[in-house]
Design a protein around this ligand. Structure first.
Ligand code: E4P
Length: 217
């Protein structure tokens, strides 16, 4: 399973990359705005910085919502670096844009996926990734892991190569369950990834080993 970090914060991206397990980065307008990035030049420059840090798929989301504008914006984003994946919302014009970019060999990530039907449409249109949002479904008392299972089944039934990119991942159990179900990628902030390495028996075991190692010196 691939690990992407879900942030536009360069320090956090560097920290995750230094762990040696990072396969990519996802951003969205909320995350970019949080870092104070505004204006076309600054947006492009920020994606360049991210591409310099991480050698992997970097999702850059379009800000527009009409077909023509998404195409124009996506072309500019895709030209920044070969690793850029154009992130397109799951709307009618978005499906058309996914098909356009797929025909041109430009990678896409279809975002704001909340149902299996939406994922099927995006795969049919040639999306490279679909992003089902787990945490936001859990927030409205809906079984987000069931959605991942449904999408996995559908994609396997028809051999779709579209990767399931589990997004809005909030904690380490989301990551573990996604891995059990067979999501291709999870994207989340650094904290849930760091939680994976924690176990109290590891801490107490290491404490004892360090103590005993002093008797050996
Ligand atoms: C990723 O592609 C999404 O933009 C992101 O995971 C959304 O996460 P949130 O629901 O925590 O905002």
């Amino acid at each position: 399973m691939k690990f992407f970090i879900d942030t536009a914060n360069l320090e956090q991206i560097k920290e995750a990359n230094e762990l040696g397990i990072l396969d990519g980065v996802t951003t969205n307008p909320t995350l970019m705005a949080k870092e104070g990035i505004s204006g076309n030049e600054a947006i492009i420059q920020h994606y360049k910085y991210i591409c310099e840090i991480v050698d992997g798929a970097i999702s850059a989301e379009v800000l527009s919502t009409t077909y023509e504008e998404m195409i124009a914006e996506g072309e500019i984003l895709a030209a920044i670096h070969p690793n850029i994946v154009v992130k397109i919302p799951m709307i009618k014009d978005g499906v058309k844009a996914l098909k356009y970019f797929s025909n041109k060999g430009i990678k896409t990530n279809c975002t704001l996926i909340f149902s299996a039907g939406q994922a099927l449409l995006a795969a049919k249109a040639g999306a490279s990734y679909v992003s089902p949002f787990l945490g936001r479904l859990d927030d409205i008392s809906t079984d987000s892991l069931n959605l991942i299972e449904e999408i996995r089944l559908i994609f396997d039934n028809y051999g779709y190569e579209t990767e399931i990119l589990a997004a809005s991942v909030r904690h380490s159990m989301h990551i573990i369950n996604c891995a059990k179900i067979g999501a291709d990628v999870v994207t989340c902030p650094i904290q849930p990834i760091l939680s994976l390495l924690k176990h109290p028996l590891t801490d107490s075991g290491l404490e004892q080993f360090v103590k005993d190692s002093q008797k050996m010196q």
